[in-house]
Design a protein around this ligand. Structure first.
Ligand code: ATP
Ligand code: MG
Length: 584
């Protein structure tokens, strides 16, 4: 028995005092069991007739008649029946039976309410450990105080009452994981909620896990294409990156995440969508959307809806992350969406207030930063010698009236590698996706852009920044000189170009050709309302008449000067022909 580092004391209960020989045997037993000398105190008690009861910390060893009787009963229950004749077997079992010292750690519920139970007597329970209450209700240790333990309940708390017993399980919270979860909708504990039957798991992973160490990681340098033009061209996301999607309500945050998931079709990237605190009907709609666009086969939805208890909403993103880690550890690429972390923080706040933790800024508990940092740090690109898998995270945060300086948004902005900022005004103007180019940023994704995309996107951000400045400047000017008007029109054209319908991800060649064409001012003179039609026609022409160019961009990811010039020439020609035919 290895050395037990706890400071231990033993209490021995019996009706008659133990003699020296018995005391010596107890001493030996304790030495064997705990690897240290344990001081023993004898307490007279009539509750255990004909035997002893030994308590060490929360371990209880029952050598009383009642205890031995219970043990014998438990053994007899397991005796197999053979040809209906049970007597010889029973006789044999009883004659060969020796009582054992069984250790169990049992505590008592002091109070319960709002999904929180306070428990006494589980001094050695660890943070995050699963406890079993009466009727199989499960709970998790969340708060360790001097004399009691606060824990959250995952199931209905009706059957848990004051005075009912609690048992330690020695296990931390975990979820079943595996390939069979693909295509399914599950709750925070991995239980299917889509009515498609049981799921056979390949394993069980802890919900809370340590993030991969620096040595186990490699730099983010492989693109994860979202198929969203404004993101791939200006704020590219790399595998292993954490890019925040932030904006007011109803600004298309979920839409961006879903489009990114749909764009992974056939790209060997597994998607996990974690819905926190959403309406069940919204989650069903998301499932339907993913099915319709063929993305559900490579996706898992983990949901803790608004009506689920706060503890389930609290562990949902960690559970989703554990499922993602299973795939990452197998060398696969995973995209995980947390929709959204503002609601997650609110669930955690509710839970913390119920646990009597002192509230801090905006009534959130002090460790709310750690709540999200430990989650998002688990996204990584693993080094090649341990498989090279990755988890790319797209956390979503909802702001109030565009205020990014509120507590939770600033926290998560500082944890992530960049943010896509969505703006209500743009959204209502019809500029969708409503990406604010000035406030969005991707801090590591630049290395992950393909060479072709990097070269094609060239001055796009600067051109748009100039346009925005000029737009403000000339807002009230009545007559503009030609050059200014031209520049304004050019900027408006670029903004139009970035508009994109939902569920229409753009491929690499489509984006590169459009960028090269537009930044060469080919669209000059086309009315803004016709820009999107023009681009659509152009891409169609390229795909039918120059498929070699398209496939070259897609397969090599390289755009050399000759190819760039070729695209400019072809586009200019196409534009000229259209004008000839009087179409635009
Ligand atoms: P919530 O705050 O309610 O979660 P949200 O920010 O996630 O909202 P979405 O639900 O993604 O926003 O989108 C809001 C609405 O805008 C939806 O009806 C969606 O179909 C529409 N929408 C989003 N993106 C686009 C787009 N690119 N083109 C057209 N409509 C869009
Ligand atoms: Mg949403």
């Amino acid at each position: 028995m290895k050395q037990d580092n706890r400071i231990l004391e033993a209490r021995l209960y019996s009706s008659i005092s133990p003699d020296a020989k018995q005391l010596e045997r107890f001493g030996k037993f304790l030495q064997n069991k705990y690897g240290q000398e344990v001081p023993l105190e004898w307490i007279e008690s009539d509750a255990f007739p004909g035997g002893f009861r030994l308590e060490v910390g929360n371990d209880i060893y029952d050598w009383s008649v009642g205890g031995r009787f219970r043990q014998l009963r438990d053994t007899l229950v397991k005796v197999p029946t053979k040809n209906g004749n049970i007597i010889p077997l029973l006789k044999e079992t009883i004659s060969s039976w020796t009582p054992e010292a069984l250790a169990e750690q049992v505590g008592e519920v002091i109070s319960v309410g709002d999904g929180i139970a306070t428990v006494r007597g589980l001094d050695f329970a660890t943070y995050g450990e699963i406890l079993l209450f009466a009727d199989g209700v499960r709970g998790m240790v969340q708060d360790i105080r001097t004399n009691e333990t606060g824990c959250v309940l995952f199931d209905d708390d009706e059957s848990v009452t004051e005075g009912s017993s609690v048992r330690r399980t020695g296990k931390t919270a975990g979820v079943p994981v595996g390939e069979n979860f693909l295509g399914r909708v599950v709750d925070s504990l991995g239980v299917p909620v889509d009515g498609l039957g049981d799921i056979e798991a390949a394993g069980y992973m802890p919900v809370e896990a340590e993030a991969p160490s620096i040595i186990d990681r490699q730099p983010v340098d492989t693109p994860l294409e979202t198929g969203i033009f404004s993101i791939d061209s200006m704020f590219p996301i790399g595998r292993g990156q954490r890019e925040l999607i932030i904006g007011d309500r109803q600004t298309g945050k979920t839409a961006i995440a879903l489009d990114a998931m749909i764009n992974q079709n056939g790209k060997n990237c597994i998607c996990i969508y974690v819905a926190i605190g959403q309406k069940t009907s919204s989650v069903v709609q998301i499932q339907q959307t993913l099915i319709k666009h063929g993305a559900m086969e490579h996706s898992i939805i983990v949901t803790a809806s608004a009506s689920d208890p706060a503890p389930l909403q609290y562990i949902a993103p960690y559970a989703g992350c554990a499922m993602a880690e299973y795939f990452m550890n197998k060398g696969k690429d995973v995209l995980i969406v947390y929709d959204d972390l503002s609601k997650h923080a609110v669930a955690y706040r509710a839970l913390s207030l119920l646990l009597d933790r002192s509230p801090g800024r905006e009534a959130y508990p002090g460790d709310v930063f750690y709540l999200h940092s430990r989650l998002l740090e688990r996204s990584a690109r693993l080094s090649d010698n341990i498989g090279g898998g990755s988890i790319t995270a797209l956390p979503i945060v909802e702001t109030q009236a565009g205020d990014v300086s509120a507590y939770i948004p600033t926290n998560i902005i500082s944890i992530t590698d960049g943010q896509i900022f969505l703006e209500s005004d743009l959204f209502f103007e019809g500029q969708r996706p409503a990406v604010n180019v000035g406030l969005s940023v991707s801090r590591v994704g630049g290395d992950a852009q393909t060479k072709a995309m990097k070269k094609a996107a060239g001055t796009l951000r600067i051109d748009l920044a100039q346009y925005r400045e000029m737009e403000v400047f000339t807002q009230f000017a009545s007559d503009l000189d030609d050059q200014t008007r031209e520049q304004l029109e050019y900027g408006q054209g670029l903004m139009r170009m970035l508009r994109q319908k939902q569920y229409h991800p753009k491929s690499q060649h489509e984006q590169v050709i459009t960028l090269v064409m537009a930044l060469a001012h080919t669209m000059k003179g086309i009315p803004v309302d016709d820009v999107n039609d023009f681009i659509e026609g152009l891409i169609e022409m390229f795909e039918t008449e120059h498929p070699d160019i398209c496939s070259r961009i897609d397969s090599t990811g390289i755009l050399d000067d000759d190819l760039k010039q070729e695209i400019i020439d072809i586009s200019a020609n196409y534009r000229k022909e259209l004008t000839h035919n009087g179409i635009d």
